[in-house]
Ligand binder design. Structure first.
Ligand code: 5AD
Ligand code: SF4
Length: 455
């Protein structure tokens, strides 16, 4: 979501003459877009801001702005801790940025704007025009709603992003069309709980929105995140079968495998319901990839609760997992819960969990060796390619992309196979998988005859 917001900031400041600088040293304006989801993210913000103090001393005209969730949460306290900061703007203030920056430019004042607006039109009118970039991207995020009304007890989002608000479907479709014109082939629709998209405002349902995006010519793939397990609907499950562009991957955060902890987290589903949804997804779409988020060491999590989480991981066999040590967040009710778990215990539990998941991730990747996968190429891989074949007079290049199931595939291409000017970026290539690693797969374009380019 912050990646998307940063792009909005870039777009909205362009008319003021600002464009991306090549380094901090030459910048006239530095905007730090912050995340408050876990304690570590917030600590990073302050250490980064601290490092900017010297630069500001050397360049007093430099404007430093802090936006995003930490800005929303801390407001003017940021200025007290970091007096070299000129502007603090909250999650709802992006559209007011030009006005704020212009005032700072002319008055050399410092400003704080953490006002929360509930006006849908304001949010709906986020600048739909695509970014003017010399090297346009193949994939893009598109925020379809902001805020959250769920109030999970560990989570800061409802306090820093405000109430759930959905964008108009027309605005989303028009933004995606614009992105496709710049070369984007895959969009990830973003919301804290996409299942409730449009409900409050009586707009299209989320599956209806997906169907509209699916119609857009030139778009190859659609992903979305995040779906809340409590209200993953049958319609959305069917969409995986019905919509040809919707990738067969779902990120479905479970957070814990223990019903007692799920209740304390206020997740409003239990383990049984979660497993039922997984069964439905797999019955509907047998090769769907499933990833999830898990928090270890939530206050009061006993060894037995943790074992239930491990057990759920074994039962589901996720394709990948994002696991986090619980950390207290300001305003989130769990910060006031008793029975906090020690840092060492959280660390140990996290390691145990990651080791277990590693086994499943590696196994799922290994199974793909020898198979052909359709890969949407995102660009050249940064990795240097060793040419194993010493006899070969051709240089190799390595491309990188993803399968529909969201697995990273790097593939080596000898220039014998493809002329130098053949640009694969943005194309779907049939790749024969030859090696599996933990975080990626390695392959070669399928042999002639097998090879297919979708575009
Ligand atoms: N501590 C640890 N992890 C958290 N997450 C959200 N809040 C916290 C917290 N206080 C995790 C959840 C969520 C992901 C984005 O971050 O797993 O799904
Ligand atoms: Fe946070 Fe829960 Fe909302 Fe997700 S659903 S953003 S975890 S409050």
């Amino acid at each position: 979501m912050n990646v998307y917001d940063s792009e909005q900031i870039e777009k909205i400041l362009a008319p003021l003459g600002y464009k991306i600088a090549s380094s901090f040293e030459v910048a006239d304006l530095i905007i730090v877009n912050t995340c408050a989801i876990r304690e570590k993210a917030e600590q990073k913000v302050f250490s980064f801001l601290g490092r900017l103090a010297g630069l500001k001393r050397r360049k007093p005209d430099l404007i430093i702005g802090v936006g995003g969730c930490v800005a929303q949460q801390e407001g003017d306290k940021i200025m007290e801790r970091m007096p070299h900061v000129d502007l603090v703007f909250g999650t709802h203030a992006i559209l007011r940025l030009p006005y704020l920056i212009e005032r700072i430019e002319s008055e050399r004042c410092s400003l704080v704007d953490v006002e929360m607006s509930e006006i849908i039109e304001e949010f709906g009118s986020v600048i739909e025009l695509p970014l003017d970039r010399s090297d346009p991207k193949v994939t893009s995020f598109v925020t379809i709603m902001r805020g959250c009304d769920n109030f999970c007890t560990y989570c800061v989002v409802p306090y820093v992003r405000g109430r759930e608000t959905s964008r108009f479907p027309e605005s989303i479709v028009s933004e995606v069309r614009g992105l496709v014109k710049t070369g984007v082939r895959e969009v990830t629709l973003l919301g804290q709980n996409v299942n409730s998209y449009g409900k409050k405002e009586n707009l299209n349902s989320f599956p209806q929105l997906l169907a509209r995006v699916n119609e857009i010519d030139g778009l190859f793939r659609i992903r979305f995140t995040t779906s809340h397990s409590k209200d993953l609907s049958d319609d959305l499950i069917s969409a995986f079968k019905d919509l040809d562009k919707l990738c067969n991957h779902i990120h479905l955060p479970v957070q814990s495998g223990s019903n007692r902890i799920l209740k304390r987290m206020n997740r409003k589903y239990n383990r049984e319901l979660y497993l039922e949804k997984i069964d439905k997804l797999r019955n509907n779409c047998p090769d769907i990839a499933i990833s999830s988020d898990i928090i270890v060491g939530f206050p009061g999590e006993t060894r037995a609760d943790f074992e239930e989480t491990l057990n759920l991981i074994k039962q589901v066999e996720f394709d990948s997992l994002f696991a986090f040590k619980y950390s207290d967040r300001p305003n989130a009710p769990a910060a006031r819960f008793a029975d906090k778990i020690t840092e060492q215990e959280k660390k140990d539990r996290l390691q145990t969990l990651l080791n277990l998941q590693e086994y499943f991730t590696a196994r799922k990747n290994r199974v793909l060796v020898g198979s052909n996968e359709l890969v949407l190429v995102e660009g050249l891989s940064k990795k240097k390619v060793d040419n194993d074949d010493a006899q070969s007079k051709y240089q190799c290049v390595q491309w990188t992309g993803r399968t529909e199931t969201n697995k990273v595939v790097n593939f080596i291409q000898s220039e014998a196979a493809i002329p130098r000017d053949r640009i694969l970026k943005g194309k779907i290539v049939n790749v024969k998988i030859e090696k599996a690693y933990l975080h990626s797969l390695l392959g070669k374009p399928a042999l002639k005859g097998e090879q297919s380019y979708a575009a």
